[in-house]
Design a protein around this ligand. Structure first.
Ligand code: HEC
Ligand code: HEC
Ligand code: HEC
Length: 430
């Protein structure tokens, strides 16, 4: 009996202490290849390439605090585990990355390790950037080093225990991260491969368009099967041929959406407006077309499981539809049209709009509660806005009008409840 207990304790100790310690030690001591820096032929061309990639990767938006100096960090990034503050990546020697070499920078982008070897939190989407080439990493680094140095000491993260213990990222990495590289598919066109490289790498689309598990790791990131963005409460739809039905979008509509935030199929909301406004609008048309060509070929996978909501009895449903229709006529039809046809690009259609009929109703609810503007872009510098209806409509009324949108003009979505609407009244605006 005693002997058996000893065994059990031994095995438990191994599982709880020895094994994790071994994994941590192995991850810390692992030698991370710096790779070979390709020669630089034209310094100006390299800087231009770096500048372009910084846009494609949306580095500045994350690494700039509201009202703060560009790239000097300090923007709060909310996660389920607490708040992270982005780092100063200007070339200041004391507080930024001025002492870094191109090899150090590659280790951050490709391996997710800081200059001193510490593990970086995956809120920095190196899980995608790892697919960028060494040449692109060097160009980005050269560009960042050419910016003005800004003195700004990094603010410590405010993460809950045990997530504040960086060393535990060794375990996370063992489970969910291995440095990758983009391997071109020779059976596809050069355009498709360029699109795949941008979507999977610099564009880090999977950071939002994939569901995350309990430890914050993207589930099947390359499938882009959609999910709710933790802590932000926006739903990023599936980008494959399923939910968004990209197959039914005309090329010009998809390109317009990605470059201007508005299109004949709908307008961007929340975090996607930031991605278009700060990043995608600056990409060359050929790169936007390449991304679209790649996205169109993603195979549909089963929708992420969403908890079913209780649906009303037929008589109650009819009453809600009547009320919703009346509210729509009173408050919405002027802009979105009597049949939800909208008038693109100023007022998005609501008929056949995925944002309305998505598996998850949060985006439609938040659009109605808070209103909003598509991003201001070169292609659409003065976007038309939608007024917030949260102050004038009750939870029950918002639920009725959203349920009406989700079940009219060919849209098919579940009814939403007043309780669901109430949940999103208090979430932060961005
Ligand atoms: C979604 C927000 C986000 C985006 C986009 C982003 N970063 Fe970061 N980045 C972070 C966060 C958060 C950290 C801090 C990670 C940590 O402390 O472990 C970070 C850390 C870094 C570091 C390490 C700095 C240090 O002092 O250790 C570098 C280098 C970096 N980012 C470069 C970039 C580049 C280059 C891009 C664009 C290609 C980029 N980041 C895009 C959020 C972001
Ligand atoms: C003054 C014109 C105007 C009125 C009135 C208006 N909207 Fe909008 N609506 C817009 C604009 C402009 C957008 C695009 C906003 C954005 O992209 O952030 C929009 C976006 C939306 C969206 C998201 C669509 C998408 O493609 O992302 C929904 C859902 C919506 N409106 C529903 C409603 C409902 C319901 C009402 C009435 C209660 C209403 N709107 C009233 C102008 C209006
Ligand atoms: C920071 C999070 C985030 C990132 C990164 C992101 N998206 Fe999105 N995306 C969203 C959210 C949230 C929505 C839903 C709101 C909306 O409809 O605009 C969305 C919607 C979309 C839509 C449908 C747009 C519409 O309004 O009809 C497309 C297409 C899209 N994203 C493509 C991309 C591509 C391609 C990338 C990578 C280059 C990307 N997204 C990166 C958050 C993100």
């Amino acid at each position: 009996m005693r002997a058996r207990l000893g065994w059990v304790i031994g095995i438990l100790l191994a599982a709880v202490v020895v094994l994790p310690a071994a994994v941590i030690a192995w991850q810390m001591l692992r030698h991370e290849e710096a790779g070979v820096a390709p020669p630089v032929r034209d310094r100006n061309a390299q800087l231009a390439q770096g500048r372009y990639l910084a846009r494609a990767g949306n580095c500045m938006a994350c690494h700039t605090a509201r009202g703060g100096a560009e790239y000097a960090g300090g923007r709060p990034i909310a996660t389920d585990f607490g708040t992270l503050y982005t780092s100063n990546i200007t070339p200041d020697k004391a507080t930024g990355i001025g002492q870094w070499s191109a090899d150090d920078f590659w280790r951050a982008l490709h391996h997710g390790r800081g200059r001193d070897g510490r593990f970086l939190y995956p809120a920095f989407p190196y899980t995608s950037y790892t697919r960028m080439s060494r040449e692109d990493s060097d160009a980005l680094f050269a560009y960042l080093q050419s910016l003005p140095a800004v003195v700004r000491t990094n603010q410590p993260h405010a993460l809950r225990f045990p997530y504040d213990q960086r060393v535990l990222l060794a375990l996370w990495r063992t489970l969910y991260f291995s440095p990758g590289s983009y391997v071109p598919d020779p059976s596809r066109s050069a355009q498709w491969n360029r699109g795949a490289y941008l979507v999977q790498g610099a564009g880090h689309c999977s950071a939002c368009h994939s569901a995350r598990n309990g430890l914050g790791a993207s589930v099947a990131p390359l499938a882009l099967a959609g999910g709710v963005i933790p802590a932000l409460d926006w739903y990023a739809p599936a980008l494959h041929g399923g939910e968004l039905a990209l197959g039914r979008w005309r090329d010009e509509d998809l390109a317009a959406l990605l470059k201007t935030g508005v299109s004949a199929r709908g307008a961007t909301l929340g975090p996607m407006s930031e991605i278009v406004g700060r990043s995608l609008q600056y990409l060359e048309d050929a790169d936007i077309a390449a991304m679209a060509a790649y996205l169109r070929t993603l195979p549909p996978v089963a929708a992420n499981h969403l908890p079913p909501t209780a649906q009303p009895e037929p008589a109650e449903a009819e009453r809600i539809m009547k009320q919703g229709k009346r509210l729509y006529g009173d408050h919405c039809a002027d802009c979105h049209g009597g049949r939800g046809q909208g008038s693109a690009p100023d007022y998005p259609p609501l008929a056949g709009n995925h944002a309305v009929a998505d598996a998850h109703p949060v985006n439609a609810i938040r659009a109605v509660l808070n209103g909003g503007f598509p991003p201001s872009t070169t292609g659409n510098p003065y976007p038309f806005g939608m007024p917030p209806f949260g102050p004038q409509l009750s939870d029950q009324e918002v639920a009725a009008v959203v349920s009406y949108l989700r079940n009219s003009w060919g849209n098919q979505g579940g009814f939403v409840s007043a309780a669901e609407v109430n949940r999103y009244r208090s979430v932060p605006l961005d």
